[in-house]
Design a binder for this molecule. Sequence first.
Ligand code: NI
Length: 253
Amino acid sequence: MLFDTHAHLDDARFDEDRESVIAALPKQGVRLLVNVGADMDSCRTSVSLAEQYDFIYAAVGVHPDETGTLCEKDMETLAEYARRDKVVAIGEIGLDYHNNGAPKEVQRRWFERQLRLAQELSMPFIVHDRDAHADTLAILKECGYFHGVMHCYSGSAQMAREVVQMGMMVSFAGPVTFKNAPKTKEAAKAVPLERLMIETDSPYLSPEPFRGKRNDSSRVRYVAEEIARLKEISFDELARITTENGKRFFRIG
Ligand code: NI
């Protein structure tokens, strides 16, 4: 049994075949999934997907690229969504200094604001950090609320140890399978088993050997295989531990 802790099945790239992709997942071993919002529209569709399928849960939050048009009223809407049964986290929130879809100060302001929202609601949060490691860490420390996960982790092993020390989880996606990703493999080795989660970030970041193709949640298996290899444990053991970690973190079941 596998738990894809981060997917975007609401994405337009699934418009043609979403139902059949989702229907196939339990047979492919994916028994739990968190569909993650990235803007106000995808938060709404995430919630409705979660309400439609037993094994899908939702996270609601606004990705740094999409923070340019946010307002305080949107935080009320997120808080309303967050009170629904199947909504288990605030996310994805954070900083993206690679895309720079919004000015850095705007990204920082809404990262802090949504972190505070998670704290007020006592909910877990999901962090997107791309090329913004120092500012991400600084904001997390300043907020002082650490029931969070670093999603699609791309930092160093040292930073991974630091966020684990703070009490956070670390989640790995397709890039950990890439041959040219020794740093990410080192980071996966550095994270204690009880703090690890796995994800696809579908439709993005297909693992080897599907790099560049549309990703879907069934491929979380390839992430699990690679991390099991790095940790020198069996696939079944890694699947069991990461599923338990995800359930504990998101307070499912
Ligand atoms: Ni994502």
